[in-house]
Design a protein around this ligand. Structure first.
Ligand code: DLL
Length: 428
């Protein structure tokens, strides 16, 4: 168990673990009921009291919490402690005017650090490592989350944050970075740039990378490993339940170990809401077991996966989730930023364009790109200035560089059924 941060919990036998989960679940349900009016009315309406849940299976009787519920609770309705007890605030990486605002008490932050230490330790990180954290340090959970885990382990941390690729590379080479935390697409881009610069990957000190926050595939893993000459590990998390540190791969890369002593996972049929068994693919639903400031009960993540309860070859007994296969809703993830097509539509509506539009997603040298094609009646000469105004609005409101292509009215094919406004050419 040399490469486990919390071997006691990571290798606990299932019966003992389930007992801990049940105790923590009961306390979370009472806490949420007592302090979050949403949960009080959710329970009251369904005729179940938090004290009625006497087994993990009985949790299935409690209704789900959705992203929509959280958005309606903006900013603090879901906080279960007074603001005076909230030590930190982060948000989901969504680009809506109203992101989901999440809070952490001091104890939540301590737990969060330990959960991220588990992620990093599984990649065999130790005191001699130099870890470059290339996630944004800000409201996004990625930077601070990993930073805390790295400090607990005692590695040397470089809080590179979201600098441009060439600066990331010069830091990586000059400071002799051995491990990288970033988006997989960012790592791929770094790899391409190293090639262009004629730097042989083996000439850097890099040996391992921890990638997550957006969907990626085995094909991308191979490219990253090849271009950077490292071992690439997947990790999963979401702001609503605390950020990174929910699930992570060990060296065997046989699914992502879910930190079940802190999060209770279920997989459901996304259409009927019915519980699915091990190995069956559906939507992941998470309940937090230790969160004080922002407890979540049966949160529908929108992420598609399946669960495997057999212990892992590494000796870990935590349930493993399959690599996230995609999303149930139409949320798009572009360079780690979550976005719904309706947000694009809202912005387009304020200009002289439409109504037909098409969002095209593709990759260029590993980096996600987005193009919006939209019909517009304006004359030829006015097109370029209009396109630049729309691009500027996208950048201001969504924080994303999006190319805008204006087309003659009637050129975008309108489907008879449900309009498919997104063409995703990225291979995940
Ligand atoms: O992306 C938290 C995070 C930061 C995870 C750093 C890992 C590393 P949000 O911005 O709330 O939080 O976005 C969460 O991103 O519901 C998934 O759809 C997607 N996602 C996160 N990790 C993975 C992954 C952070 N490994 C949303 N594979 C989630 C596929 C992922 N999708």
């Amino acid at each position: 168990m040399k490469w486990m941060w919390d071997p006691k919990y990571e290798t606990m036998d299932r019966e003992e673990l389930e007992q801990i989960q049940l105790e923590r679940l009961q306390s979370t349900l009472h806490h949420a009921y007592r302090h979050v009016p949403f949960y009080q009315s959710l329970f009251d309406k369904s005729g179940i009291g938090p004290g009625d849940i006497n087994s993990l299976q009985e949790l299935r009787e409690v209704p789900f919490t959705t992203k929509g519920d959280l958005l309606r609770g903006f900013p603090y309705d879901f906080f279960a402690v007074p603001l005076a007890k909230v030590a930190r605030i982060h948000t989901s990486s969504g680009t809506t005017g109203r992101p989901i605002v999440v809070g952490y008490t001091r104890r939540d932050l301590q737990h969060w650090g330990h959960l991220n230490a588990r992620v990093l330790m599984a990649g065999e990180l130790g005191e001699r490592d130099v870890l470059q954290v290339s996630f944004n340090y800000g409201l996004f959970t990625g930077g601070f989350g990993f930073h805390a885990g790295a400090e607990l382990i005692g590695v040397t941390v470089i809080p590179a944050s979201a600098m441009g690729i060439s600066r990331q590379i010069s830091v990586m080479i000059n400071f002799k970075t051995t491990a990288l935390v970033s988006l997989p697409s960012h790592a791929l881009r770094i790899g391409h740039c190293l090639r262009e610069m004629g730097v042989e990957p083996k000439d850097t000190s890099l040996r391992v990378g921890f990638f997550g926050a957006e969907p990626w595939s085995e094909a991308i893993r191979h490219q990253i490993e090849d271009h950077l000459s490292i071992r690439a590990l997947d990790n999963y998390g979401l702001a609503e339940v605390g950020g990174p540190g929910v699930a992570f791969e060990c060296q065997y890369r046989n699914g992502l170990h879910i930190n079940e002593d802190h999060f209770y996972p279920e997989v459901i049929n996304p259409t009927t809401g019915e519980a699915l068994g091990p190995g069956e693919e559906g939507e992941l639903v998470l309940t937090t077991l230790t969160k004080e400031a922002f407890p979540m009960v049966r949160f529908r993540t929108g992420d598609l996966t399946s669960l495997e309860y057999k212990p892992c070859e590494c000796g870990g007994t935590l349930v493993r989730m399959a690599r996230v296969k995609g999303r149930v809703d139409d949320m798009l993830i572009i360079r780690g930023i979550n976005l719904f097509p309706s947000q694009i539509e809202d912005i387009l509506l304020s200009f002289e364009v439409g109504p037909n539009y098409l969002i095209r997603l593709y990759r260029e040298e590993g980096l996600d790109q987005m193009e919006v094609q939209v019909e517009s009646p304006v004359a030829g000469g006015e097109r370029a200035p209009l396109a630049s105004r729309i691009m500027k609005e996208f950048l201001d409101r969504l924080g994303l560089d999006i190319t805008v292509k204006l087309l003659e009215p009637g050129t975008i094919e309108v489907s008879k059924g449900k309009q498919r406004a997104v063409v995703d050419e990225r291979e995940i």
